[in-house]
Ligand binder design. Structure first.
Ligand code: SF4
Length: 256
C-alpha cells in the first residue's frame, strides 16, 4: 500500500536513521513527482499524468515551516534534524535553491545547530543550482541501489538515461561529506530475477562505496508492501552480512 504525505511539513517523526525528524515535503500533498519510479517506492508508482505546476508554494511552505519550528521551540519538543523528503524527489522543486537558503535561515533562528538532511535520488545533481543548494544542506544522502545499469533500470526505472560513472564522478567532485542510501531487494521484475543483495552486486557496490568514501552507507530493506507485489524483503542475516563487508572496508553502515 502506498503512503503519500498529506502535509508539506510533518512531524517531528521518529526516523529509523535520524532520530526526531521534521519532514519537509516540497512535492504535491496528493501526488508523487519523481525522476525515478522505484519498484519499492513507499509513495507508490508515478502517476501517468504528472502535473508539474502543483509543487508546494514557496511562501506557504516557508510560513508553515516557521510556524512549526516556533512551536517546537516553544514547547521544547525533541528535534534532531530537518529532512527534505516527501512525495518524490525534493530537488525537482523549481525554486529548490532559494528554498534551501531560506530553510537554513529558519533553522538558525529556531533550531540552531540541528542538521538539515536531504534525501535525494541524485538525478538532478548535474544542475548548477542543485550543486549550489548543497551549501545549505548539512547531509545530502544520495541513492545508489546498484553498480550495474541493467539493475538500476529494473529497480529504479529512471525516466531518462542515467550515466552511473558520470554520477559517481560528480559526487566525488562535490568534495564534501555525503552519505549513500541503498535499498536491498529481490524479486521478479518483468519476468527477470533481480537481487541487488547477491554477492556479485554487493562486490560492485563495495567498489563504488570505496571510491566515494561516504560518511556512512544507509542500508534499507522493505518496510511496507511495495508497489511491485512480487518483491521480497531481504533476510536480516543477508543484510547483516552485507553491512559487515562494508564495515570491513572501513565505511560506517546504518541499517535496521
Ligand atoms: S527515488 Fe525515492 S521517491 Fe523516487 S521513486 Fe525512488 S523511492 Fe520513490
Amino acid at each position: 500500500m502506498s503512503i503519500l504525505f498529506q502535509h508539506i511539513i510533518y512531524g517531528p517523526v521518529r526516523s529509523r536513521r535520524f532520530g526526531h525528524s521534521l519532514g519537509m515535503n516540497l512535492l504535491p500533498v496528493n501526488s508523487k513527482i519523481c525522476t525515478y519510479n522505484c519498484i519499492y517506492c513507499e509513495c507508490g508508482w508515478n502517476p501517468e499524468n504528472t502535473q508539474h505546476d502543483i509543487f508546494a508554494n514557496k511562501k506557504v511552505f516557508l510560513q508553515e515551516l516557521e510556524k512549526n519550528l516556533a512551536f517546537i521551540q516553544s514547547t521544547q519538543q525533541p528535534l534532531d534534524v530537518l529532512t527534505y523528503a516527501g512525495n518524490g524527489e525534493p530537488t525537482l522543486h523549481p525554486e529548490f535553491l532559494t528554498i534551501a537558503q531560506e530553510v537554513a535561515k529558519l533553522r538558525d533562528k529556531y533550531a540552531y545547530g540541528k542538521k538539515i538532511v536531504l534525501l535525494t535520488n541524485g538525478t538532478t545533481i548535474f544542475h548548477h543550482d542543485i550543486k549550489q543548494s548543497l551549501l545549505y544542506i548539512d547531509l545530502p544522502v544520495f541513492k545508489i541501489d546498484s553498480a550495474k545499469y541493467e539493475t538500476i533500470k529494473r529497480i529504479n526505472q529512471p525516466h531518462a538515461k542515467f550515466n552511473l560513472e558520470q554520477y559517481i564522478e560528480t559526487l566525488l567532485n562535490l568534495n564534501r561529506p555525503i552519505a549513500i542510501q541503498t535499498m536491498l531487494v529481490k524479486g521478479l521484475v518483468n519476468n527477470q530475477w533481480v537481487d541487488n543483495s547477491s554477492n556479485e552486486e554487493v562486490q560492485l557496490l563495495l567498489d563504488i562505496y570505496k571510491r566515494i568514501r561516504p560518511i556512512y552507507v544507509m542500508l534499507y530493506s522493505l518496510d511496507r508492501k511495495p508497489p511491485l507485489s512480487s518483491l521480497q524483503k531481504i533476510e536480516s542475516a543477508v543484510i547483516e552480512q552485507v553491512a559487515k563487508q562494508i564495515e570491513q572496508s572501513g565505511i560506517k553502515v546504518l541499517w535496521v
